[in-house]
Design a binder for this molecule. Structure first.
Ligand code: SAM
Length: 268
């Protein structure tokens, strides 16, 4: 393992990943080890994940997620896939939106690599009386357990930065979408104002491990989350990679000054 400069350019990082390494926070680890390390992080945070999201973002993650679902604008009869769906936040919103609109049953598949996160999600669905219209599947975003051209829309929220090979995950998204299908990625991104960026960085570097230690008794996992945010490709680079994976009409929209960006594209 090596300890690279966190401010290294995306191209530098890409070169390193070509050496058989993948970024895990600020560390570079053998590619084969990253998925296991990420799994440990989310196994550890699963029971407190939803509470921590509210604490760390001051509840703003709910607004970002609502905005994602507004843009997806799911309709009755569509097959929807939420990858890295974790504890179901996006899937619940998609299902509710479909049902509110058409009084029809939604068809949302939640796919996540981590059974601990899916377990929490299933329990939450039962608590909310969401018993139909949701399917829970364990699977890797880089090798989805679904046939080609199966879904009308694909969402991934705060998940893409955790995968080992982003480009492979993008190609898989394209593969499982029907022609005419829509892709949406909600992810932490590059803040567009330098002073706000510095404040945000200082906040997340200290606050994430602090909340992690106090609430989840796990500062290390939350340090990883901060570091993975810093190392994720900025808006323009991610858009280029979406195009490279085959998507058309690629666009993004910044939220909260680029703290988060919503990328979209079409398989045509
Ligand atoms: N989408 C949910 C949300 O917005 O609340 C959960 C986001 S959580 C920060 C990231 C999720 O990505 C975790 O549930 C983790 O298990 C999942 N994940 C990490 N690597 C993955 C992979 N390669 N394939 C599928 N899911 C993955």
């Amino acid at each position: 393992m090596s300890e690279p400069d966190p401010s290294a350019s995306a191209a530098d990082r890409e070169a390193r990943t070509d050496d058989g390494l993948a970024s895990f926070g600020y560390r570079d680890v053998p590619r084969a080890e990253k998925a296991g390390l990420v799994r440990e992080v989310f196994e550890s945070v699963a029971p407190r994940y939803d509470l921590m999201n509210d604490l760390m973002s001051g509840g703003v993650h709910r607004l970002w997620k609502n905005a994602l679902v507004d843009v997806v604008n799911p309709r009755a009869g569509e097959r929807l896939l939420d990858v890295a769906g974790g504890t179901g936040d996006i899937a619940f919103r998609l299902a509710r939106r479909v049902e509110e609109k058409g009084r029809a049953r939604a068809d949302v598949t939640v796919c996540d690599i981590n059974p601990a996160m899916l377990r929490v999600g299933r329990d939450r669905a039962i608590d909310r009386g969401l018993l139909q219209g949701l399917t829970w599947a364990a699977g890797d975003a880089e090798n989805l357990p679904f046939p080609d051209r199966a879904f009308d829309a694909y969402t991934i929220a705060f998940g893409l930065r955790n995968v080992t090979d982003i480009d492979q995950a993008l190609r898989e998204a394209w593969r499982v979408l029907k022609p005419g299908g829509r892709y949406y990625c909600l992810e932490f991104s590059k803040v567009t104002s330098a002073p706000v960026g510095r404040l945000y960085d200082a906040y997340s570097e200290r606050a994430l491990p602090f909340f992690g230690r106090i609430v989840a008794h796990d500062a290390e996992s939350y340090r990883y989350l901060h570091e993975s945010i810093r190392r994720f490709p900025p808006q323009r680079e991610l858009a280029a990679r979406l195009r490279r994976a085959g998507f058309a009409q690629v666009a993004w929209r910044n939220m909260t000054l680029g703290v988060v960006a919503l990328h979209s594209g079409w398989r045509i």
